[in-house]
Design a protein around this ligand. Structure first.
Ligand SMILES: Nc1ncnc2c1ncn2[C@@H]1O[C@H](COP(=O)(O)OP(=O)(O)OP(=O)(O)O)[C@@H](O)[C@H]1O
Length: 258
């Protein structure tokens, strides 16, 4: 275990990412408590997705440390066994499940594949399908025959099949209509209450963060400008940038003019 708080599912310290001359993530520190929920907000290009990609291992940090469940993952996983263990610690759901789901696979087959990969009982398939609220027909359908909200439920079921301790939701509800978004947010709230999973939510939408998160971190040009309880930061922001984020109605690709 690490020297930090054993109650944290994720601990990030001094995290930096350079893309050639561009310093995309600058000295970022944060924790996600076990079973907790942290939102990362910031304008387009502020470094949110780069942080998520470093946590999952899709990008390597230039410097700094990332610990998930007390284990360092700043360096790439060595071998299949470690990759499997990391996948059981942390999973990610992206904005567009259409690109992350296999077009030839039904929801049921996608969930079974992950259960098999992690040596879990295939009889859990039905439980996961029920947990995310897919009907029998939807569970047997290919992604192209499902709506955006249904596909996102499949992506969530597939991620949960690995029984992760942490789920990263990278703009996972941004592409959904407001009413479908509300359903998926309720589902995510219920799943956290039932399983004790921790969330790291990346979102342009402060209302989404407010609904799902206990704490929030505000990023600007790769730096943390403010972090704390959602209620404190979003209701009474100390920083002008956070006030501007709160007052704008952000959409993907949007930027604060400052
Ligand atoms: N592979 C890469 N090579 C070069 N620059 C990159 C790369 N990935 C990201 N960047 C740059 O790093 C910065 C942060 O990008 P990132 O995608 O993390 O921002 P974001 O906050 O997630 O933005 P958005 O909300 O628009 O998705 C941007 O300026 C981006 O252009």
């Amino acid at each position: 275990m690490n020297a930090g708080n054993a109650g944290n599912a994720v601990e990030v310290r001094g995290l930096n990412k350079h893309f050639k001359a561009h310093h995309a993530v600058v000295d970022v520190d944060f924790d996600v408590p076990a079973g907790g929920s942290l939102g990362i907000v910031g304008e387009s290009g502020s470094g949110k997705t780069t942080i998520a990609r470093m946590l999952v291992g899709l990008e390597r940090p230039s410097s700094g440390t990332i610990e998930v469940m007390g284990r360092d993952r700043s360096a790439p996983a060595r071998g299949a066994k470690e990759r499997g263990r990391r996948a059981r610690e942390l999973q990610i759901v992206f904005q567009d499940p259409y690109t992350s789901l296999d077009p030839s696979q039904s929801a049921r087959a996608a969930v079974e594949e992950v259960l098999r990969h992690h040596g879990r009982d295939l009889s859990l398939t039905q439980e996961l399908v029920d947990q995310v609220g897919l009907t029998e027909r939807q569970a047997s359908a290919r992604p192209r025959d499902l709506s955006g909200g249904q596909r996102q439920r499949v992506a969530i079921a597939r991620a949960l099949a690995a029984s992760p301790k942490v789920l990263i939701l990278d703009e996972a509800v941004s592409a959904l209509d407001v009413s479908i978004q509300a359903q998926v947010l309720n589902l995510l709230t219920d799943i956290r209450a039932q399983t004790g999973i921790a969330y790291l939510l990346i979102s342009h939408d402060l209302a989404v963060v407010r609904q799902l998160c206990d704490t929030v971190l505000v990023l600007r040009r790769g730096r943390v400008v403010e972090q704390g309880d959602c209620a404190t930061v979003l209701d009474a922001p100390a920083q002008e940038y956070t006030r501007a984020l709160r007052e704008a109605v952000p959409v993907p690709g949007w930027a604060v003019t400052a």
